[in-house]
Ligand binder design. Structure first.
Ligand SMILES: [Zn+2]
Length: 486
């Protein structure tokens, strides 16, 4: 880039040609789909085309799981209506009946959900290979977000395109659409951005149709996020069915109702969600998109006639604040009820497993919830090489000509041996025994003391390096030509 800045602009025509050329090269590089890895099927298992992660802000599991009765702080039981669609959703999918959050507030809840670290806050989200989005990006997935709350700047930065409400206000929403500069020439991302921008323009008018602080206004706010999500899923299915992605949707009205509209308003807003969640769920099912339903934290009430809270004592100690729903509908995830207790930090690696992505989370202290019969193994070598997968003394799979492999459909009960033979015959052969009980990522490195190469394998880093090299070569040629002309 320096060469571009110091080159004297004597000839406007050739300099604009150069700029056009640079732009062309940049577009070309960005448009090339990065084929950054080789996928090997050990057993034939279906992989979803994408995942929609619905985070209902402030929704405690005791309010919607029928096996629980919610209580107020004084110990009296709270009445809940029957939420028909949410009940169908939990009965027809895989449901974990007890998941506790380690920290009962929005920033922490979202940070834990995406990092798998029980103490995570925004700074953890920003760490390299810290989130599900980092791992997904490494395997050529895109990350889209529609977030009414939970949109800390570090969460926004993880997304390729995100629409979020900067004001968290149903009276005067501050909806902003942002996209990462690395996707500015990616057509899919730019079209998603357009869909989000159109939706953003419509929200204020939609909200104005109902009275301030009315139930209808709260319902409209959540419905807007869910409708936008459906549009993104529809667009991807029609225009980019091969492009995998994670779409994170935070609906914010349930939490807001808990804080401002007392218990009745909270329940009323869950009823609105119960009605409006259906189209998004159906769209996901129709297009082979995994559908995950959870929350950042719950909500507790002093009494049935009080406003709610969750962050501080005594609210934070209540089951109603700590227990969140976790419901999954996805291919290869059998319908079942898991009664073991898990933590919110166990969700991140489980989300990756739903997408058949290896658990490359650097900061996770969670364990993977065993939703699936099969697991995924990612293997990276120090250079191009051949990989072999053995079990019970038999070679069952092998592949060549890459340094980044992913084995899908490993049998959870089996032990495997993975061998990595670099093409460079002078290099050593690597070998590791694997227990396939959960997803994992194995990195074979020549120098184990060096920083983990996983950080530098991101397709965007490779493309970025190529672009910089090309720009500098062209710049030097251009300077040479100008010097000749003089
Ligand atoms: Zn929250």
């Amino acid at each position: 880039m320096v060469s571009l800045l110091i080159a004297p602009i004597k000839n406007r025509k050739s300099s604009s040609c150069y700029l056009l050329f640079v732009l062309f090269i940049y577009c070309l590089c960005s448009a090339i789909p990065a084929t950054a890895y080789t996928e090997v099927m050990v057993n034939s298992v279906p992989t979803p085309s994408g995942m929609v992660l619905v985070i209902v802000d402030g929704l405690g599991a005791p309010y919607i799981y029928q096996e629980y009765t919610p209580h107020s702080l004084d110990g009296s039981s709270l009445k809940v209506p029957y939420f028909h669609n949410l009940s169908v959703l939990s009965e027809s999918g895989t449901k974990v009946s007890m998941i506790r959050v380690p920290q009962t507030y929005t920033e922490a809840g979202h940070s834990v959900l995406v990092t798998g670290n029980s103490q995570a806050l925004s700074d953890t989200v920003g760490m390299p290979m810290g989130t599900i989005y980092d791992v997904a990006h490494d395997y050529d997935c895109l990350a889209f977000g529609i977030m009414e709350k939970g949109d800390s700047s570090s969460i926004c930065d993880e997304h390729d395109v995100i629409v979020h409400d900067t004001s968290n206000s149903m009276n005067n929403p501050g909806i902003v659409v942002e996209s990462s500069s690395s996707v500015s020439s990616n057509n899919i991302c730019m079209n998603i951005r357009e869909i989000m921008q159109e939706q953003a323009l419509q929200l204020p008018a939609q909200l104005q149709e109902s009275k301030q602080a009315s139930q209808e206004r709260y319902d409209t706010y959540d419905r807007w996020a869910l409708t936008t999500a459906s549009q993104v899923v529809e667009y991807m299915a029609a225009e980019a069915p091969e492009q995998k992605y994670i779409l994170t949707v935070n609906v914010g009205a349930v939490d807001a109702a808990g804080h401002y509209r007392k218990y009745d308003g909270y329940i009323g807003t869950i009823q609105g969600l119960d009605r409006d969640i259906v189209p998004l769920f159906q769209t996901c099912t129709e297009h082979n998109i995994a559908f995950v339903f959870t929350a950042d934290h719950g909500m507790s009430f002093t009494s049935s006639d009080s406003k709610g809270g969750h962050q501080s004592d005594p609210y934070s100690g209540m089951d109603e604040s700590q227990m969140i729903p976790f419901i999954v509908h996805a291919p290869d995830v059998p319908v079942k009820l898991l009664n073991e207790e898990y933590g919110q930090q166990d969700i991140a690696s489980t989300l990756l497993s739903i997408m058949n992505l290896p658990n490359g989370l650097k900061k996770s202290d969670g364990i993977q919830i065993p939703l699936k019969e099969h697991t995924t193994l990612g293997v990276r070598g120090p250079s191009t090489g051949t990989i072999e997968l053995w079990t019970e003394g038999e070679l069952i799979q092998h592949a060549s000509n890459d340094d980044n492999y992913i084995f899908i459909g490993l049998d959870r009960q089996k032990k495997y041996t993975v061998k990595y033979i670099p093409d460079d015959t002078k290099s050593e052969i690597f070998q590791k025994e694997i227990e396939a009980g959960s997803d994992q990522l194995v990195v074979f490195s020549m120098d184990t003391s060096a920083s983990d190469p996983a950080d530098y394998w991101k397709p965007r880093y490779i493309i970025g390096a190529l672009v910089i090299i090309l720009i500098n070569i062209v710049g030097l040629l251009y300077i040479k030509r100008i010097l000749k002309e003089q």
